[in-house]
Each structure stands twice: as structure tokens, then as C-alpha cells.
Design a binder for this molecule. Structure first.
Ligand SMILES: [Zn+2]
Ligand SMILES: [Zn+2]
Length: 101
């Protein structure tokens, strides 16, 4: 099994490759900060996508979750305006650190 690089957001190495509830697609999930990325139908693709993503990390920007939808468990990033399926310390879309004003 190919090794996964540490998380680009929190630097953690506790990365899971999981399947969705239906078992049809795979995604990567960081246990450290809750970031996930790379939905794909094969595990290899997800792992490659995760490893590809690491060097592309931008300098940390700061943002906050400006809206939170409890029902669908998602939150709106103030930096990129994307609804995120996780409410971690970082936006999985743009990498903003959620400690802004
Ligand atoms: Zn992480
Ligand atoms: Zn964002």
C-alpha cells in the first residue's frame, strides 16, 4: 500500500481512506482536523489525489464559518463561499484556518 503524506492542513499523519455509506466511492479523511477530499471510485485514485494535494497548499488564510446548516451538517466558508461538509478548523476547499473575525 502506497504511503499517504501528512495532512496539508494540520500536519497530522492519522489519515484514513474510507468508503461512503453505500460502499460505492472512496474518500480520504484526516482524523486530526476533519478534512476530507478526493471522492473517487477507486482507493488508489483517492490516495493519489490526497498525495497530489499536499504540495499545493497555500499560505494559511484566515476565515470563519459564516453560516452553519445543522440539518445537513454543512457550513459556509467566509473565504471561498463554499458549503463544506465538515466543520473543522480548516476549510477543506480553500484551506482557510477558521479562527478569523
Ligand atoms: Zn488534518
Ligand atoms: Zn474556504
Amino acid at each position: 500500500m502506497e504511503k499517504l503524506k501528512p495532512c496539508p492542513f494540520c500536519g497530522g499523519s492519522d489519515i484514513d481512506i474510507r468508503t461512503d455509506d453505500a460502499g460505492l466511492s472512496w474518500y480520504s479523511f484526516c482524523n486530526g482536523c476533519g478534512v476530507s477530499c478526493g471522492y473517487s471510485i477507486t482507493k488508489d485514485d483517492v490516495m493519489n489525489a490526497w498525495n497530489m494535494r499536499v504540495p499545493t497548499i497555500e499560505p494559511v488564510k484566515h476565515g470563519k464559518w459564516i453560516e452553519i446548516d445543522i440539518k445537513d451538517y454543512k457550513a459556509l466558508c467566509s473565504e471561498c463561499g463554499t458549503w463544506s461538509p465538515v466543520m473543522g478548523k480548516f476549510c477543506p476547499e480553500c484551506g482557510a484556518r477558521m479562527d478569523g473575525e
